[in-house]
Design a protein around this ligand. Structure first.
Ligand SMILES: [Zn+2]
Length: 441
């Protein structure tokens, strides 16, 4: 079976009325052009070269406008009406509304493009689920993962991936559990919101967080936000503490955290929120993921759900980076092995974030409980509470010279921190903390 491709040039008509914007219509046309020029689809109109003998290796999936009912599976009536009414405004009003919005712009075509983007993602997922294609990519815009059930923000109008996930569950009885893996450099706050109480969708996001100072500046992108109610444990945030991430950091996170959790969850379908703004060359993301890095992540995810996977474009603003990255992902979807990674080793800072996430996830996943710091967080929380009440002792982190930080490694009184110096020694991979007084009285 072939790999599917959804692209519709009408989606380029959503554009900023005045000036320039990183969420540029060319983002999807350059990816499409790359695919055509590599001979993966045949489009005489676009490439100017007609070859009727070669129908292309990818199967075209037609985009269509998502219906009000489909969008209503995730979004409020107010939000749908807000988007619909954009068609009634003139340019001057749309510019004013753009200035008042949270990082999102509007024009006369925004509503139509948003419905096409959403409907394109839905059709892409459905074609994979129905077995028409083995897997597929939706090259669509505007993106979706910041759009919450009630608010369009962060370049996003409707949450394409969330609406697709809900539609799949509604229309395909065999698809009960869906993994949404979000490797866009920004936290998909909208996706997290939509399924925060829902165990039938596991959301895993790797993103720059920096204590909530990186867009969308939402403290809920932290690793401690794991879902609520029935959905507790089904929201996994991997919050990087700075930019500059390399292939090795992402591969490490996938091998140590993402894939073990994903395998234990055992989804029936995988949707990738594929922003390419962690790609090398992206000025917003400031990271260095190579096309080979994205290819390896795709390759690993294809082992899930009998390969039933739809990749859906989110962010990514360097035109050559996103087209090279998307092409590398497509080649893996089509069956090629990923290229070699040049720098496969994770940095201590990234390894530390991953370890902290494992320590949190051990509450919810059997695999993680075997690899945590050995002491259940619940037990540690109880210890802290009792020792604080009785002896005014609180926890302190221990930093190893390698850069690894172990939270809650020591419990001490606040007075002790002024009086002692702590040395950490490593012996056969066991870290030992030694405390000595520096003031004697
Ligand atoms: Zn992004």
């Amino acid at each position: 079976m072939a790999t599917g491709l959804c692209y519709d040039r009408r989606m380029t008509s959503h554009r900023i009325i005045e000036g320039e914007h990183p969420e540029d219509p060319k983002r999807i046309s350059v990816i499409y052009e790359k695919i055509v020029n590599c001979g993966l689809v045949n489009d005489p109109e676009f490439s100017g070269t007609s070859n009727p003998e070669n129908p292309g290796l990818m199967v075209r999936i037609e985009a269509r406008e998502a219906t009000e009912r489909e969008i209503g599976l995730i979004h409020s009536r107010d939000q749908f009406e807000f988007a619909r009414e954009l068609e009634d405004h003139d340019d001057e009003q749309l510019i004013m509304m753009t200035n008042e919005a949270d990082s999102v712009y509007f024009n006369q075509h925004t509503f139509m493009c948003s419905k096409l983007s959403c409907g394109g993602a839905i059709e892409t997922c459905l074609r994979v689920a129905q077995g028409h294609v083995k897997n597929a990519i939706a090259v669509v815009r505007p993106p979706g993962h910041h759009a919450t059930p009630d608010c369009s923000m962060g370049f996003c109008i409707f949450n394409n991936v969330c609406v697709s996930a809900k539609t799949l569950q509604e229309r395909m009885p065999d698809i009960k559990k869906i993994l949404i893996l979000d490797w866009d450099i920004h936290h998909g706050n909208g996706t997290q919101d939509a399924f925060y109480n829902d165990p039938s969708v596991l959301y895993i996001s790797l993103h720059r967080f920096e204590r909530g100072t990186f867009y969308p500046n939402d403290p809920r992108g932290d690793s401690t936000f794991c879902g609520s109610g029935q959905g507790t444990g089904f929201n996994v945030n991997i919050p990087w503490t700075e930019g500059g991430k390399l292939d090795g950091d992402y591969i490490y996170a996938f091998q140590k955290l993402v894939m073990p959790i994903a395998l234990e969850y055992n989804p029936d379908f995988v949707i990738v929120s594929a922003g390419f703004d962690a790609a090398a060359g992206d000025e917003l993301g400031e990271c260095y993921i190579t096309p080979a890095g994205f290819a390896h992540m795709t390759y690993m995810l294809m082992s899930l759900a009998k390969g039933k996977m739809a990749v859906c474009l989110e962010g990514g603003y360097n035109l050559s980076s996103i087209s090279d990255s998307a092409l590398a992902v497509i080649k893996v979807l089509m069956g090629q092995a990923p290229e070699k990674i040049l720098d496969p080793v994770a940095s201590p800072a990234a390894a530390n974030v991953v370890q902290q996430c494992i320590d949190i996830q051990m509450r919810y996943w059997r695999w993680a409980s075997e690899r945590g710091n050995g002491l259940s967080l619940d037990v540690r929380a109880w210890q802290e509470k009792i020792l604080w009440e009785k002896y005014k002792m609180s926890s302190a982190p221990v930093m190893h010279p390698s850069g690894l930080v172990f939270d809650n490694a020591l419990l001490m009184s606040y007075k002790a921190t002024e009086l002692v110096e702590i040395a950490v020694l490593e012996f056969n991979n066991i870290f030992l903390a030694a405390i000595r007084p520096v003031v004697s009285n």
